[in-house]
Design a protein around this ligand. Structure first.
Ligand code: NAP
Ligand code: MG
Length: 506
């Protein structure tokens, strides 16, 4: 084959001895202070997506294990060294955990690469680095959680001297359920605010990618967190995830995954009046206005869709380019796509790893075929690369109807649909013609036009001349079917606390 996209050879892909030793272990889950098997004794396989081979087994937790973990978290929340800890001590512990992650960053990145498929370079410089920065950002919040003092004017208590104030208290036991695309980072986005606010935590990682979170559990113990503050139950979503979502002992659920499962979690939460935040799917538009610098926009759009092999909730998967520059922009993105090297994530010459699983490979290739059957044409890519591992060529589809499934539904792979437009009103209408609303990017230096567009775009984030740029201090989350609530920033602190109103007559 002629393009780099066919290079799925497996050179330089041996893990370091430390990582090889970790992966080969008999894995257990963390409940209280114990590393334990599932009560049932059953296990689930973990696959290396670059080869399709099983590399480890983890416990397949069920309702009994979730119950044990929630009890451990409840005990730690209500009556432990943790429940009496001062905010400054929580700050220090979060810094210690971040330092330990930094000291082990290469090992964590290798584990993430082998488990998820992404390159170790990306895992180290994006996933784990962002996770460390985020923990340090959240460490600062531990000492800055504040209520308000309020002057009171109750008409039927005219003579009373009243003192009114609010307190922000930790919400309690947090249940977290996450997807496989950024395993450690998604876990830390939930763990950080839980630990900053003084909550306790039970996490159910995705069964495809539990390993880095199990290693994180060891670092959490090494940092000195008391028993039961953080519990990790590995297992199947429909079993362990379902039990966590429905557990009446959980005070807050936080979920990252598909909109379909997110709705199940939301309904389960409402049954117990459990607080809930949902980070769900997306089909984010990238809009290139006619004045844009084509070379820069093409490079940014290509990264926006192909980064992490398109397995990014806010990937810029719908491209709208003004018709004047459509052909040139799409040709530039195609040539970037064709220059990308696919291969094993531990090979340092590789740009894109495989998709996470056979299921995702089938799903993504199925969408490409569906697009073609609905009249789309292929600009570049168009299906699987190689015949071992779950590789898909970076793909661009054109000539697509806006109602086609490839335009309306989340593919979660390296597949871009390219659509021309003529004027700004039209492109805003098209960008908003989606059930999702997670992110959007606008590529232009016409600032007055960009400013007019931003309020009209229905999405939780709008990036200008960049895409998927995330900062710990900026809230992230979705409009419409992309979710409820926000992660990161000050907003995250609100979601992990309850407000208590106090009124004293003195
Ligand atoms: P998924 O099927 O919704 O799975 C997400 C998590 O939910 C996994 O841990 C899964 O467990 C668990 N789960 C599955 N069924 C469950 C149930 N009935 N009750 C409780 N938990 C259950 O999503 P996915 O296909 O793995 O991940 C891709 C999706 O996540 C995409 O739609 C993507 O957009 C979205 N996502 C969103 C964000 C965001 O921040 N907005 C970030 C990343 C991904 P198992 O898989 O272990 O069985
Ligand atoms: Mg895996």
């Amino acid at each position: 084959m002629s393009t780099n996209n066919s290079n799925t050879g497996h050179s330089n892909t041996a893990p370091s001895p430390k990582v090889a030793e970790f992966i080969a272990r008999q894995h257990k889950m963390l409940i209280g202070s114990e590393w334990t098997e599932a009560v049932s004794g059953s296990t689930l396989g973990v696959i290396n997506p670059a080869t399709g081979e099983e590399i480890a087994r983890t416990p397949s937790g069920d309702a009994q294990d979730i119950d044990r973990a929630v009890s451990a978290a409840r005990k730690a929340f209500e009556d432990s060294e943790w429940s009496r800890m001062r905010p400054a001590q929580r700050e220090r512990l979060l810094w210690r955990l971040a330092d330990l992650m930094e000291q082990n960053i290469e090992e964590l990145a290798e584990i993430e690469s082998i488990d998820n498929g992404k390159t170790a370079i990306v895992a180290q410089h994006v996933d784990i680095t962002l996770a460390i920065d985020f923990l340090r950002y959240m460490a600062g919040w531990a000492t800055k959680i504040e209520g308000r003092s309020v002057d009171i004017s109750i008409p039927y208590m005219p003579d009373a001297v009243l003192h009114g104030y609010t307190r922000r208290e930790p919400v309690g036991v947090v249940g977290a359920i996450i997807a496989w695309n950024f395993p450690l980072l998604l876990a830390v986005w939930k763990l950080g605010p839980a630990l900053a606010t003084g909550c306790t935590f039970v996490i159910k990682p995705a069964q495809e990618t539990p390993l880095s979170i199990l290693r994180l559990g060891e670092l959490i113990q090494e940092a000195g967190y008391p028993a039961g503050v953080v519990n990790i139950v590995t297992g199947d979503g429909a079993v362990a995830g379902d039990a966590l979502a429905k557990h009446p002992g959980v005070n807050k659920l936080t979920f990252t995954g598909s909109t379909e499962v997110g709705k199940l979690i939301g309904k389960a939460a409402m049954n117990n009046m459990t607080r809930v935040t949902l980070e769900l799917g997306g089909k984010s538009p990238a809009i290139v206005l006619p004045d844009a610098d084509i070379t820069k926009a093409a490079a940014g759009v290509a990264t926006g869709i192909f980064f992490n092999s398109g397995q990014v909730c806010c990937a810029g998967s719908r491209l709208y380019v003004h018709k004047k520059i459509f052909d040139n922009t799409v040709a530039d993105i195609a040539s970037i796509a064709e220059g990308m090297t696919l291969g094993h994530g531990l090979d340092p010459t590789v740009d894109l790893g495989p998709l996470v699983s056979q299921k995702q490979l089938d799903r993504v290739c199925g969408y490409i075929d569906d697009g073609l059957s609905q009249g789309a044409s292929i600009v570049t890519g168009g299906g699987r690369a190689g015949d071992s591992g779950y590789f898909v060529k970076p793909t661009i589809l054109a000539d697509v109807d806006h109602n086609a499934r490839v335009v309306q539904e989340e593919i979660f792979g390296p597949v871009l649909v390219a659509i021309p437009f003529e004027d700004t009103d039209e492109v805003i209408r098209l960008a908003n013609d989606s059930p999702y609303g997670l992110g959007a990017s606008i590529w232009s230096n016409n600032l007055s036009e960009v400013h007019r567009m931003i309020p009209k775009i229905q999405s939780g984030s709008v990036w200008v001349n960049c895409h998927t740029a995330l900062d710990p201090a900026l809230p992230f989350g979705g409009y419409k079917q992309s979710g409820l609530g926000r992660e990161m920033g000050a907003e995250a602190i609100e979601h992990y606390t309850e407000v208590k109103t106090v009124l004293m007559s003195v």
